[in-house]
Design a binder for this molecule. Structure first.
Ligand SMILES: Cc1cc2nc3c(=O)[nH]c(=O)nc-3n(C[C@H](O)[C@H](O)[C@H](O)COP(=O)(O)OP(=O)(O)OC[C@H]3O[C@@H](n4cnc5c(N)ncnc54)[C@H](O)[C@@H]3O)c2cc1C
Length: 330
């Protein structure tokens, strides 16, 4: 009987936000193959993550709880997962589309001598392996790729697989897995770290995102975006130029070299809609674009568009956002 291994990344002991989308991907693979699903929860003080993982419907829940994994450490996490793979010999591995997940996936694929598919949007099993679709050329086209050598490493695209519902009762008991992690043999060592706290709401969890681009013209106008985001219980993001010029923190960048987000509502203000930006937000349920150029590419991808200067459009919008209306929007 084959198995699908889902990597449960944790932060402060809790499973990462994309975990239930990974479970959904894992369940779909199990349906297509008749295999069973295992979960490995990795991190430090993983209690909350373990308890949640027990409701994933997995047959086995393994836990690597190690204080050295308190911070994201790609090299060590790769070692741990390689150990788990040696022990379980999974046929497929479902990784999170997080910064750590992306790096560990590539390292693990190299380590196991197999291929991987990032940003998977759909999967279909055929006689020669698994055919997946994923965006290429910054999201301008979709490619079909066959993974043949096993295990298949799959990194689902954010928002492509609806988050799975936890099962009513725990499907398995979490058991510790003794990884042979020897940090002395690794080539990197994490030193002091600093968490950036002044970045507002977590972009990956926000249901509403108000993003500004070069068209905002400076740092000051981002206060207006914050005011709107606050009313909508949302978060502020940006395209690359505002991050590069220091108008906002680099953590807020959405796109190919920034974060991938999939909120219910993505408001793009003064953003032209370059493919490298859209790559990070095209899975949003609704995209609203505000741009003074009627030919801006973003209007081709937006669900709703307003042609106009953001100063006029947003001033009226903020004014109109009484509490009742904000609730209606969200
Ligand atoms: C390898 C690589 C990776 C990249 N990664 C990323 C990435 O991760 N994220 C990212 O965002 N970009 C990325 N880029 C950059 C990307 O190609 C674009 O240059 C960038 O997204 C453009 O940002 P923008 O839309 O804010 O600026 P612009 O393209 O300059 O657009 C500004 C828009 O604002 C509008 N505007 C101006 N004034 C107003 C006004 N008063 N009211 C309303 N609208 C107004 C203009 O009409 C224009 O459409 C990457 C590029 C490369 C080569």
């Amino acid at each position: 009987m084959g198995t699908v291994l889902v990597f449960g990344e944790t932060e402060a002991g809790e499973l990462s936000t994309g975990f239930w989308e990974q479970v959904s991907t894992g369940r779909q693979l199990c349906e297509q193959t008749g295999w069973t699903m295992d979960v490995v929860v990795v991190g430090c003080d993983t209690g909350p993550g373990e308890r949640a993982a027990c409701r994933s419907g997995a047959t086995r829940i393994l836990v690597v709880d190690d204080s050295r994994l308190d911070d994201p450490w790609p090299e060590a996490t790769t070692e741990v997962l390689a150990d788990v793979c040696d022990e379980l010999s999974p046929d497929a591995i479902v990784m999170p589309r997080s910064l750590l997940g992306a790096e560990v996936s590539a390292r693990l694929a190299f380590r196991l001598g197999i291929g991987m598919a990032m940003d998977v949007m759909s999967m279909e099993r055929d006689d020669d392996g698994l055919v997946v679709t994923r965006p290429v050329f910054g999201g301008a086209a979709t490619a079909s790729i066959r993974l043949s050598g096993r295990p298949w490493i799959i990194v689902p695209r954010k928002g492509a697989f609806a988050a799975a519902e936890p099962v009513a009762a725990p499907s398995a008991k979490a058991v510790p897995f003794a990884s042979g992690l020897d940090s002395r043999t690794l080539k990197t060592t994490p030193l002091a770290h600093q968490r950036l706290t002044d970045t507002g709401k977590d972009l990956e969890k926000a249901r509403v995102i108000v993003a500004g681009g070069r068209g905002m013209g400076g740092a000051e106008p981002f206060h207006l975006l914050h005011a709107i985001a606050d009313r909508l219980d949302g978060a502020v993001a940006a395209s690359r130029p505002p991050c590069d010029t220091g108008w906002v923190e680099p953590m807020l960048q959405v796109g190919l070299t920034g974060k991938t987000v999939a909120p219910d509502l993505y408001m793009a203000v003064g953003i032209s809609g370059a493919t490298q930006h859209m790559m990070g937000c095209s899975s949003s349920r609704v995209i609203v674009a505000i741009n003074n150029d009627p030919d801006a590419p973003i209007f081709r991808m937006a669900s709703y568009g307003v042609v106009g200067d953001w100063r006029e459009v947003l001033a009226g919008f903020l004014e109109a956002l009484s509490d009742g209306q904000a609730k209606e929007i969200t």
